[in-house]
Design a protein. Structure first.
Lengths: 786, 220
């Protein structure tokens, strides 16, 4: 029986090649999209889940009301870990995680810069990254020991056995390799190539026991069977006993497994995070699959008349309804299987580009049995989902009606199909408006003036001897003619690395806890970056040595501090009196999507991590860079010279939103394409269905044009209904997406009009072809066929 | 007795009026009968055939088939009844276009859940008996009308039904082919198969042992 079904299904497929092709292509696109998004979601959901004790691991967070907001953040004082270990017997292990730092590793002639961090000795017990070599209990015993990853070991030592080797770090300290870690999984939210013991921090004099300095992450692993709820209550008030500065700050344990996907807080409550995007694309995947399935139903039922006779015959010679349902479901599962084969090819071809598009190293793991299981499940589910309606519809035909030729062209049966078409087009219109709005928003933000001159501006991180030799480097850079201006800063021009609510000025409301960004520079920042001065002057240490305690405000800061004549005013920060020497026009320091925040640009009495260099625009960039590199090599010979262009750093601020834009465009195209396949199928059904009516009309003198209009108008009505449904949904979705951005477009009505017109045009061309084809048929032929 | 119709009425409602398709039909059919039903277009011939074949219901009356009252049977029971005892032959053959002759013949056996080996034997038997072994791998479109109807009859016979219902079996055939099919029916009837046929042709009707005339849903 099964063989017979398969045979019929196969021969049916071959007999209607174009129909089968439409069906299979449509479905395979749906399947491929779903599969790719599922692979992606799976990858994201798998983040950090590989740690054996993940269910007992927590990240220590602070909760603290500031102004009328409750802030939640995850950096803690360094001493907190020790206190937790001492005071709470429920805790099995604690480890701190110094922020990711880049160090220069030297082995013989090799110099490799690498990113890693400093951790407590229990780190690898809490986070079970497997050690390939070395003893878990002793790897961090010695101050000068280092644990490195497999790949990094290969880079450093080649094929030599790395264990026990000595390596120089940052030009000063010699370390012995005590452990080799298996490379971190790609979906680990920690990302490091080496780990150093916490004792090294003490040795370097970088540690402190200041409760006000929240600068490292702290992780705890609770003992098995500890009741998390009651423990949370206990640890909440930890700071009351130790922190003189802010005893009211609450300590909160946040499950580590949630940090990647959730981890966003508003007013002390978890509000989402990466999960939002994942949910969104999960829904999109489901919608596309459903649209593809709808198509399948449409195309299958559209051909029902051709199959009606078969149903009648089968029933007369003894088929029961169940057997027919099984047959049609079998057919749709066969199609779904073929579609899956094609989808598999699509996936193999497009996955690498998709991986680049979303910037995640996702890949297909063909050795994974759950992949095949899931694939089989999806094939069968899709087959049943797509085949259920045609199966039920076809199997219900009455043989006495179909076989005698009195089988009424069932116009009523078109209604559910019309609903399906409306749904498809509503989805397509929502996608079209979404992609227009995302594109507009991106354009608007990209067109926003940065407020300074990004061209010919590079920055490099201060490392090795650069601090010591800074004046020599600067002078030589200026003298060489490669640079026109040089400024040391605490952060790149595209980032804020420091902020505070603690700056005081005359007339400040003591309850005002507005955060103000700090940017610290030594000299000539206006000249280097080309910001616009509204009042006052640039830093000039030579002329005014007191500029080391001078400050330039941006416009927003002036507004916040309510200064009428800001130049000459004094503000207090770090217990230093800073005098205002100038006001700069607002410029984009952080996100170009958001409002510009108040900013103080403080003078040289600070700490520095970066050097900004304005290149001489008279000379070509490559020549400039060659000269600059030579100068840095001269004064900082141990380190390779690395730099970044400010304009490309600025451009990368758009990466996330551009990615979303591209994804939305992609899905818009796919949705339109699949919807058109469906409409095409339905239109061809309609044309066939009304062939006699068209014949009669033509005999009575109707023109081709009037018949084409007659046939098209019904479908255009459907698209109009779809527009009515889609517009409010689309308006709601896009405006809540725009909410995220302070700097945003207003949605204008013409976008919906444009999307609607576009949908109508697409629908018209899809239907029009069928309509004209039906309208030009010779009526003698169509009437005789009855 | 094979089947008995008692006071059968069948109607449809059209424009608020009852239109009778069958009116007070009383008919007894014995095993081994050969009945021809005649009458003008729209007189209810096919409807009567469909009612007897259990493809269609009726509104009033009684229908007994092999001592079972069909009108009180559940759908499922009714289906098993006609699957086992009735074979159909149609004017336009109604073979499955996607299947070969052999596969078309095998079809009813599949639905009746015969085993593979049995099916093979029965199909081979039937091909042999109708002299179409050479055509077994052809598709219906590759056969002449007469050959297609031959296959249609063979398919109706393959599960050894007691009753064959034929709805204008020769309506699409030329006279030679008609002759052949009618002689085949006669032969089958001699072998004990009960046959009821609907026909327009006076000549073909004469093959029957009994002729029933219908007019506006009534037997006359």
């Amino acid at each position: 029986m099964f063989k017979n079904y398969l045979k019929i299904a196969w021969r049916n497929l071959l007999r209607n090649k174009s129909f089968s092709l439409l069906n299979i292509i449509g479905l395979s696109i749906g399947l491929a999209v779903t599969a790719i998004i599922t692979i992606w979601i799976n990858f994201e959901m798998g983040y950090d889940r590989f740690h054996v004790n993940i269910d007992r691991v927590y990240e220590v967070n602070n909760i603290y009301p500031i102004g009328d907001e409750i802030l939640t953040w995850n950096s803690t004082p360094k001493v907190m870990a020790e206190v937790i270990k001492k005071d709470y017997p429920e805790v099995e292990a604690v480890s701190r995680y110094y922020f990711n730092t880049s160090f220069l590793f030297a082995k013989d002639e090799k110099r490799i810069k690498s990113t890693g961090t400093i951790v407590d000795s229990d780190f690898l017990k809490i986070f079970t990254f497997p050690l390939l070599q070395g003893n878990l209990n002793t790897v961090f015993e010695d101050v000068n020991s280092v644990v490195i990853t497999e790949t990094f070991a290969k880079k450093l030592f080649g094929s030599k056995s790395p264990i026990g080797q000595l390596v120089t770090i940052d030009n000063s300290d010699s370390f012995k390799v005590t452990g080799i870690l298996k490379d971190l999984p790609k979906n680990s939210s920690f990302n490091f190539e080496f780990l150093l013991p916490w004792a090294y921090l003490h040795q370097k004099g970088w540690s402190d026991d200041n409760w006000g300095n929240n600068s490292v992450a702290t992780y705890v692993m609770l003992k098995k069977g500890t009741d998390f709820k009651s423990f949370s209550k206990k640890i909440k008030t930890l700071r009351e006993r130790y922190d003189k500065g802010s005893p009211k700050m609450k300590t909160m344990l946040y499950p580590y497994s949630r940090t990647w996907l959730y981890g966003e807080f508003k007013n002390g409550v978890e509000t989402g995070g990466r999960i939002d995007i994942i949910r969104m694309f999960g829904i999109i995947a489901a919608i596309i699959l459903i649209i593809a399935c709808i198509n399948f139903m449409n195309l299958s039922t559209a051909r029902s008349e051709k199959r009606a006779k078969e149903v009648g015959i089968r029933k007369v010679i003894g088929a029961e309804k169940g057997a027919l349902i099984a047959q049609f479901l079998g057919e749709s599962i066969l199609i779904s299987f073929l579609a899956a084969l094609l989808a598999f090819i699509f996936i193999l071809v497009t996955l690498p580009s998709f991986s680049i598009l979303i910037d995640k190293p996702i890949a297909l793991d063909l050795t994974n049995s759950s992949f095949w299981l899931a694939a089989l499940g999806i094939i069968i589910l899709t087959g049943i989902l797509a085949g259920s309606y045609p199966a039920l519809y076809l199997s219900a035909f009455k043989p006495s009606a179909v076989l005698k030729g009195t089988f009424k062209k069932m116009n009523s049966s078109i209604t559910p199909r019309k609903v399906l078409v409306v749904l498809q087009f509503a989805a397509a219109i929502i996608f079209i408006t979404a992609s227009i709005i995302v594109m507009q928003q991106l354009n608007k933000v990209q067109d926003r003036q940065a407020g300074y001159n990004k061209n010919n501006l590079i920055y490099t991180e201060i490392e090795g001897d650069m601090e010591k030799n800074y004046n020599l480097i600067k002078n030589e850079l200026l003298r060489s003619g490669a640079a026109s201006s040089v400024t040391k800063t605490n952060a790149p021009m595209t980032e804020s690395m420091s902020n505070t609510w603690d700056i005081k000025w005359e007339g400040k409301d003591p309850n005002d806890k507005t955060l103000v960004n700090r940017f610290i520079v030594d000299d000539a920042i206006i000249k280097t970056t080309g910001m616009q001065l509204i009042a006052g002057r640039d830093f000039d240490l030579k002329k005014y040595p007191t500029d080391s305690t001078a400050v330039i405000l941006n416009e927003s800061a002036v507004k916040l501090m309510n200064f009428n004549d800001p130049v000459g005013k004094i503000i207090k920060d770090f217990g230093i009196d800073w005098h205002v020497i100038g006001v700069a026009k607002d410029f984009v320091l952080k996100s170009p999507f958001q409002k510009i925040e108040p900013l103080v640009i403080q003078g040289a009495k600070g700490w520095f991590s970066f050097i900004h260099i304005k290149l001489n625009k008279e000379v070509s960039t490559s020549e400039n860079l060659a000269v600059i590199e030579a100068i840095f090599k001269k004064y900082n010979p141990e380190y390779p010279f690395s730099y970044e262009f400010i304009d490309s750093a600025y451009a990368s601020k758009f990466d996330d939103q551009k990615r979303i834009g591209r994804l939305v465009n992609l899905f818009t195209l796919l949705t339109i394409f699949i919807s058109c396949l469906g409409l095409f199928g339905l239109a061809s059904y309609m044309a066939e269905n009304r062939i006699k009516e068209i014949g009669i009309r033509k005999v009575l003198g109707a023109s081709v044009q009037s018949i084409t209009t007659l046939l098209s108008i019904d479908f255009l009505k459907l698209v109009l209904i779809a527009i009515v449904i889609a517009v409010p949904i689309s308006w709601y979705l896009t405006s809540s997406w725009l909410e995220e951005f302070a700097f945003r477009i207003t949605i204008s009505w013409w976008i919906f009009l444009a999307a609607g017109v576009l949908a109508l045009v697409i629908a018209f061309f899809t239907v029009g072809y069928q309509a004209i084809k039906a309208a030009v048929v010779n009526p003698v032929k169509s009437l005789r066929s009855e | 007795m094979l089947l008995e119709l008692k006071n059968i009425f069948k109607w449809v409602n059209s424009g608020g009026q009852r239109v009778f398709l069958l009116k007070d039909i009383n008919l007894k059919v014995d095993e081994g009968d050969f009945i021809s039903i005649m009458g003008p277009s729209g007189s209810g011939k096919s409807t009567l055939l469909n009612v007897m074949g259990m493809l269609d219901g009726f509104n009033e009356g009684e229908y007994n088939f092999l001592e079972q009252s069909v009108h009180t049977l559940k759908e499922k029971k009714r289906a098993t009844l006609y699957k086992e005892y009735i074979g159909f032959v149609f004017q336009s053959y109604h073979l499955l276009d996607e299947l070969t002759v052999q596969e078309n013949l095998e079809m009813p056996l599949l639905y009746k859940k015969f085993k593979g080996s049995e099916r093979k034997a029965m199909v081979a038997d039937m091909l042999d008996r109708f002299n179409i072994v050479g055509k077994k791998d052809l598709f219906p479109a590759q056969l002449s009308g007469g050959q297609q109807q031959l296959v249609g009859v063979a398919r109706a016979l393959i599960a050894n039904p007691k009753l064959i219902l034929a709805d204008e079996p020769t309506g699409n055939l030329n006279s030679n082919q008609s002759e052949e099919i009618m002689q085949l029916f006669q032969q089958l009837n001699k072998e004990g198969v009960t046959i009821i046929q609907v026909t327009h042709s006076e000549k073909n009707a004469q093959y029957g042992k009994r002729i029933i005339q219908l007019l506006d849903g009534r037997m006359v």
